[in-house]
Design a protein around this ligand. Structure first.
Ligand code: G3P
Ligand code: CA
Length: 290
């Protein structure tokens, strides 16, 4: 009910229907104007972030979109982890006590595979692993999920864009059937541009709150602008929506990281196209789309 009111208000305010367009929306969103809900690092309030358990949890709760963070090991394997260090979300300090500051890029994939990435969160997740991107993509596929893939810290990993796209292609994620279920994003405009130039068919997103004056330049290679929700206003969202991206579609905007009802209602009223959240169930309830 609330969602319908918001959609109607927006349509009036913006002079256009607040209806979302594919490929980054699900069918329900296209029908009623409800923002897409994206489980941030998986359903990371309820399972350890960026693990397979976190995307299983998102699926179990009924959400199709998940977000992750991709980095690279010392021996060149792509893995899914947020921080550039393994310290916060694994038991690396116990397993490799002499290797501070425990940077991802200083450990081999075999070493990282030994780490427990679940116990820090809860004993119930003891033994969860840091997934390789290949393992992760296979689970996303198995769960019939959609992926907002973040290339994290690309300045640390030269060529990570090409390597990521190669893996996605090898896993079948660059065919027509999968492209509508994939968005690649980064805080680095150079990285987003590289992805677009290497594989123009891929939907891309720039993370941040660029000035309105920067939007025309970004719109040459990004389909979405994804800002921190605290930086948003209705006027800013409307300004983003004026532009069209490299595929000729109106630029979209996914806001992060919104974990409560008040924040959800605020950004929904601003007209965002997606809400990135650690608590997708809370956002769904606040949108009235339960
Ligand atoms: O997807 C948006 C969000 O993930 C960006 O921030 O630090 O959680 O990767 P961060
Ligand atoms: Ca992220």
């Amino acid at each position: 009910m609330y969602a319908r009111v918001v959609a109607a208000t927006l349509a009036a305010a913006l002079g256009t229907a607040a209806v979302l367009l594919s490929p980054t929306s699900d069918a329900r969103a296209r029908e009623d104007g409800v923002p897409v809900v994206i489980a941030h690092r998986g359903a990371s309030a309820y399972a350890p972030e960026n693990t397979l358990a976190a995307i299983d949890k998102a699926a179990e709760l009924g959400f199709s979109w998940v977000e992750n963070d991709v980095q690279r090991t010392k021996d060149g394997e792509l893995v899914v982890l947020h921080d550039d260090s393994l310290q916060r979300t694994t038991n690396v300090e116990d397993v490799f006590p002499g290797r501070a500051p425990w940077k991802v890029r200083d450990f081999t994939a075999a070493e990282i595979a030994r780490l427990d990435a679940g116990s820090w969160f809860s004993p119930a997740y003891a033994g969860a692993r840091v997934p390789t991107l290949q393992q992760y993509m296979r689970r996303v596929e198995h769960n019939h999920e959609k992926l907002l893939l973040e290339i994290k810290n690309p300045e640390l990993y030269p060529g990570i864009e090409q390597q990521t796209l190669k893996l996605l292609g090898n896993e079948g994620w660059l065919d027509g059937r999968h492209l509508g279920r994939l968005v690649v994003q980064s805080f680095s405009a150079d990285s987003v541009r590289a992805v677009h130039e290497l594989k123009p068919a891929v939907t891309t997103a720039y993370l941040g709150t660029p000035t309105v004056a920067q939007l025309p330049g970004l719109a040459r290679f990004t389909d979405l602008v994804n800002p921190s929700y605290g930086s948003l206003s209705r006027g800013y969202v409307s300004a983003v929506h004026v532009f069209h991206g490299p595929h000729g579609r109106r630029l979209k905007l996914f806001a992060w990281t919104v974990n409560d009802a008040a924040g959800t209602r605020m950004v929904a009223a601003y007209g965002v196209d997606g809400i990135i959240t650690n608590k997708p169930d809370v956002v769904r309830a606040a949108l009235g789309s339960d």
